[in-house]
Design a protein. Structure first.
Lengths: 342, 342, 342, 342
C-alpha cells in the first residue's frame, strides 16, 4: 500500500481526495494536516466521510508527512513550494493541486500569483501533471504540478487542434463555464447561494491565472506561439466545467477522426460521436473528460465542447491519476467511479 | 385605456404579459384565450395572479378579440399568421411573440419552421419589433414581429459593432447561455429539474432558429453580409440570457465610447462602466439589457457581455415596449419594474 | 411625500426596501447610511438599482436622518435601540426590521440576543408590527418592531386557530422551511452555493430566536399559554418561507370558514380554496401570505400551509405596510407588485 | 457471479441500479429490457454510463430474463405482479422496486394503486424489503417488495420509537421533503426546472401512497395501531429525502441511547451524536440513512431527523442490499460508495 499524506485537507479538493482515496485499492491514508483544524476528526467536519475516514487532522509541522510515499498539497498557492524540499529529502514524492508547480516561466508565475517563488530549482525539475501530454515524464517525476480545472478542460479540448496545423492557433477562443465549487470552499459573498443561484455572469475577462498555464503547455505541444482569449463564467451549479472552444479552420481536415485518433488510447478522455453535446452531469463525480467536435454549417469555425468535473478530472481525480502513474499502478486504479446521474 | 387581447396565455410569455399588463397604467386586459383552458379562471391556473387578474380563459374563436385595440400572440409558431388578417380587418393591431413575423426571407422561414407561411403579404408589411433599431417603423406598424430572446440579447450586444466597420463582421461569435424558461412552459424531459439542474450543456450547435433572424436584422443595419457562429447553452437557472460575444478588431476604436454613444438615449439599454461584468440577476424581471465591453490584454479580440431577462426584454416586456410605441404612449409606461435581487 | 431614511442598507432587507420604495407613490428616499460603504453609490453596489436609485451611502452619524419622517433600520440586532431616541426626539418615527422592538419580555430578549437592552422604555412604548393583529396600535406608534420572517409566516398561519379554542394550543408544531436569503447577505460557509445547493437540513432544533416572538404575540391573542415546537430548515432556494403547521383538533369546527372569515378583510392574506397547496413562488417578490387549511382523512390533526416571501411580507414589504398605516396612507400603497412567476 | 436482469431500466431507479451494479464485485448485468427503447444502447441513452455498461435494451418479452438469478423491476406499479410468476417458475428471484409487493393488505393496495392485484398469492409469500426489520425473511424470500423512498426514511426514523412504548404512536407526524428525482424520470410540467426551482410546496396532504406501507410495516413492529399524519413536500434539489418526525413523549427515556442501541449493528444506519442536524448531501449517492434525535427544551415533543438519498437507500441501493442478503453475500458488497460532497 502506498502511504498517503494530505496537506490542507479542509477544502473541496481535499475532501474530494479523501472521497476517492478512501476506496483506492492500493493507497492508505496515513496523515492529513490542517493548521486550523488540528485535532478535529475528519468525519466530524465532513459527515459524508463518517464510516469511511477514521483520522483526525494533525498539525502541519509534524514529522509524519515525511514517512509518506506521496504527499498531496490541497492548499492555497504558495504553500507547497515552501514545504516541498523537506519532504523530498525525506523520500516522499509530491503532487501539488495548487499552482506552485504549474508554470515553468517564473516571471509569469510571479505576475499572476504575486509571490516570489521559493523553489525555482524544484520548478525546473517538476512535471506538469497532464497525463494526456506528459505521461512519461510524470512516471519519473518527484514533483508534479497538477493542472488547474479550467486548464484541464480547455487543453484536452484543444490539444488535437494545436498539434494539427489545421486551425489558426493565434486566435483561439475558450468560453468556459464553471460550477461554484471551482472557487473553493470559501466564505465569500459572491459565492453564496443567494448571490450565485439563478444567476449567470462572466468574471475576470481581463485576465485569468489559468491562461498562462494553458498557453505554456499548449505551446510546448504546438511548437509555436498560441493566442487564446479565455472568458470564464460562474454557472449556478455545484460541480462541472463546460468549455466551448472556437477555432478558425485553416486547412480541410476530418476533425472527428483527428480527435478520435488522438484520444483512442486515453482511459479518461471520451470523444463522443458526431452531433452530440456532452453535459457536465455526464461526468459528475468521475474522472472523465467528454468531448464533442462540431463544424456548424460546414463553415470555417470549428466548435469543440469539452466537459469535466472540476473536482475530479479538474483536481483530485487527476492528482490520483498522476499518483497511479508515478507509482507504476494501473492508471485507472481507484478511479472507476461511475458518474452520478441524475 | 388600450383594450388588450392575448391569444394563448398559458405559456411563460403569456403569464409574463399578464404580470406586466396587470399594472400597466394605460392598458386594460379585455380578453385572453386558450384552446385547452377555456373556462378556467386565469388565477386558478396561475395562483400568483390571484387578486391581480380577474378573467377566465375564453375560446380562441370568439369575436371578442376583434374588439381589442391590440392583440398579443403568445402562441406557438404558426398561429398568428393564420389569425392575423381577421383581426387586422376588425381594426386591431398585432404583436406576435412567436416567430411568424420575424423574418422577411420566407424561404429561410420555411426552412427553420417547417411551414409554408400563410400570410406572406402581411410579413412584408410587418415590422421587426426591436425598438432600438426600428422605433419609427414600429410606431406605424399594424403587425409587429417581436424578436426572439437570444436574438434580442445578441443583437443589442452587436449592433454598435456591425454599424461601425471596426470589427470583422464576417466572423462574429455568440456564445449564449439561457435559463430554462427560455424553452417555454413545456413538459419535456430535458427541461425537468432532475435533468437540467446542476448541469450545463450546449445544444443545437449545428444551427438555431434565431440565427437567420439575427443575421437578417444585423445585415440591414450593416449593409453587408454578416457571418455568425452561434452556440446556445442551457443554464440551470429559471430566467436570464447571458450572451458572450467575440469579434476580431480590424480598426482601432474606442469601443466603450461607441457603445455609450449608441445607447445614450435608449431607456432600456444600460452600458456599464469599463471593467464590469453584468450578471443576469441584475435584470431579473425587468425590461433592461445591460452590456459591458472588454478588450482583454488590449489584444485584437473584443469581448462584449450582454444580459437580459428572456421573458421580459426577451419577450413580454419588449412586446409591451412595442405596444407603447405603437400607441404613442410613453415608451416606458408599465415597464418601470425594478429588477428583483436577490 | 414622506421622507425616508434607511440605516444600514447593504443587506437584503435594505436592498429590498430600496426596490420597493423606488416605486412607492408617496415616499421619497432621502438618505441611506452605511458604516462600511459611505461614499459608495448605491447603484454601484447593487447594479439592479441602476436607473432607479440615485443616492450614495452616507455616514451613519450624520444629521440628515433626523430630517426624515420615518427611519427604517435594516441593521443587525442591537443598533436601532441605541439610535432610536435621538431620531424620535428629532421627530422621526422608527421601523426596526431587526429584533430590538419585537419582544416586550426583556429577560427573554436578553437571553436570545445576548445584549442588555439599551432602551427598555421605548420597548414598552413600541408596537409589534404585525398589521393583521395590531393595525390600530401601529397607526399611532412612534416605534414599530417589524416581525421576523418565520414569525410572520407562522403567526399568520396560526392566528385563527389560537383565537378559536378549537385546537390544543399547548402542543402546536411549526415545521418551517426558508430560502437562503433569510440568513441575510453574509459571507458564511454554510450559505455558499456549493454547501447549500442540492441539499436540505434542519438547524437550531434546540431553539430559535423567533419562537419567543411568536409565542408572546400569539399568547396576547389567545389569552393563554402557547406551546410551540418550531423546527426551521434551510431549503435550496433564494426566497420564500413555507410553514407547515400541525395542531391537534379539540372541537369540531369549519376550519376553512374560520380562516376565510378571519382574513376576509386583509389585503395581504389570501386563504386558498380547499384542497390547494400554496407554493412559495406564488408570492415571490410580493407582499402576500397565502394559506391553505387541510384536515387529512378527517382525522384529529389539522395541517395548515402558510407561505410568504421572507424579504417582502417577511421583512421589507411588511415594513412598508406598517409605514403606510402609520402615515395614514392606503395600506397597499407601493405594494401592488405581482408575484414573479416563473 | 450473480446474473442480473433489469426490467424497465430507463427510469431513475433503473439508471441508478446500473450505476451501482456496474461496480458490484459479484454481479454481472446480463439483460436489461425496455418496451420503448429496445435496441438502443444503454450508454447512448445515458452517456454517464459510456465505458461502464456495454448492453443494449432488449424486448420485454424475451426469454433471457428467465436465465437470470435475480430480476429487478424498475417499472411503474402493476408490471411486476404480472411477470413475476413466469420468472419465478424459471428459477429467478425477484426484487420489485415498485409497489406491487409492498402491502399485504390488498384492499388498501387497490385503493391506492387503482388496480386489482394480479398475484395475491405471491404477495402473501413476498417479503417487505426493509433489511433493518426483515433481514431474516429477506434471506429466504423469492419475491421482495422494495420499500418506497419516503417509507424508508420515515420508518428508519420511527422504528426505535414504535418499538419502545415511550411515545404516543397514535399521533405521529412525518413532515417529509423530497428532491425532484423522487417523482421519477417523467416529462411533467410541475417537475420542470422552471416550475420546481426556487420554489417549495407541500403536495398530497390529503393522502399519499406511502402512508399505508409505513403504517402496515410499523404496526407489525409495534403490535398495535399507528396513527400517522404524513405531509410530503417537493424541495428544489435533485436527490435526497429529509424526514422531520414529531412524537409526543409519554415516558421518560434516553432516546439517544434507544436509537444508538437499535442501530448499533446496522451497516447503513448512522445515528449522529446529540445536537447534530444531518443534511441530505451527507448521504448523496450512497446507501446510508443518517438520523439525529432532538428533544427541544427538554419538552414533551421528540423531534427525529432522518435523511437518505431517495435513489439509493430509498430505491436502488436498498434493492442491492436486499439482493446481497438474498444471495448470502456480504450485505455491503458493491455499496461502499462514499457520499459525494459537495
Amino acid at each position: 500500500m502506498i502511504r498517503i499524506g494530505i496537506v490542507g485537507g479542509t477544502g473541496y479538493t481535499g475532501v474530494e481526495l479523501l472521497r476517492l482515496l478512501a476506496r483506492h485499492p492500493h493507497a492508505e491514508l496515513a496523515v492529513i494536516t490542517s493548521r486550523k483544524e488540528a485535532g478535529t476528526r475528519v468525519a466530524d467536519m465532513f459527515p459524508s466521510l463518517r464510516g469511511h475516514v477514521d483520522l483526525a487532522f494533525s498539525e502541519t509541522g509534524g514529522a509524519s508527512l515525511e514517512r509518506c510515499d506521496v504527499v498531496f498539497f490541497a492548499t492555497p498557492h504558495g504553500v507547497a513550494m515552501n514545504d516541498a524540499r523537506r519532504l523530498l529529502d525525506a523520500g516522499a514524492r509530491i503532487i501539488d493541486l495548487a499552482a506552485d508547480f504549474r508554470l515553468q516561466d517564473l516571471a509569469e508565475w510571479k505576475k499572476w500569483y504575486q509571490l516570489d517563488h521559493a523553489a525555482p530549482d524544484l520548478v525546473r525539475a517538476s512535471v506538469y501533471g497532464l497525463p494526456e501530454v506528459n505521461r512519461d515524464a510524470i512516471r519519473a517525476a518527484r514533483v508534479v504540478g497538477n493542472p488547474g480545472c479550467y486548464a484541464t478542460a480547455v487543453q484536452l479540448g484543444l490539444l488535437p487542434l494545436v498539434a494539427s496545423e489545421a486551425v489558426d492557433v493565434g486566435h483561439l477562443i475558450a468560453d468556459a463555464k464553471s460550477g461554484v465549487s471551482g472557487a473553493g470552499r470559501k466564505a465569500e459573498l459572491n459565492l453564496t447561494f443567494s448571490e450565485a443561484s439563478d444567476n449567470f455572469a462572466a468574471y475576470n475577462v481581463a485576465g485569468h491565472r489559468h491562461v498562462p498555464e494553458i498557453r505554456e503547455s499548449l505551446e510546448r505541444v504546438a511548437g509555436r506561439p498560441i493566442g487564446l482569449t479565455f472568458v470564464p463564467h460562474l454557472a449556478p451549479m455545484i460541480r462541472g466545467i463546460h468549455a466551448t472552444l472556437y477555432a478558425r479552420i485553416t486547412r480541410a481536415t476530418d476533425f472527428q477522426a483527428l480527435y478520435e485518433t488522438r484520444y483512442a488510447a486515453e482511459p479518461f478522455v471520451d470523444v463522443l460521436p458526431p452531433g452530440r453535446h456532452p453535459d457536465t452531469r455526464s461526468v459528475r463525480a468521475a474522472n472523465t473528460c467528454r468531448i464533442a467536435v462540431h463544424r456548424p454549417h460546414g463553415g470555417d469555425t470549428l466548435v469543440v465542447l469539452s466537459v469535466i468535473d472540476n473536482l475530479v478530472k479538474g483536481a483530485a481525480g487527476q492528482a490520483i491519476q498522476n499518483m497511479n502513474i508515478m507509482f507504476g499502478l494501473d492508471e485507472t486504479a481507484g478511479l472507476g467511479q461511475v458518474p452520478v446521474l441524475p
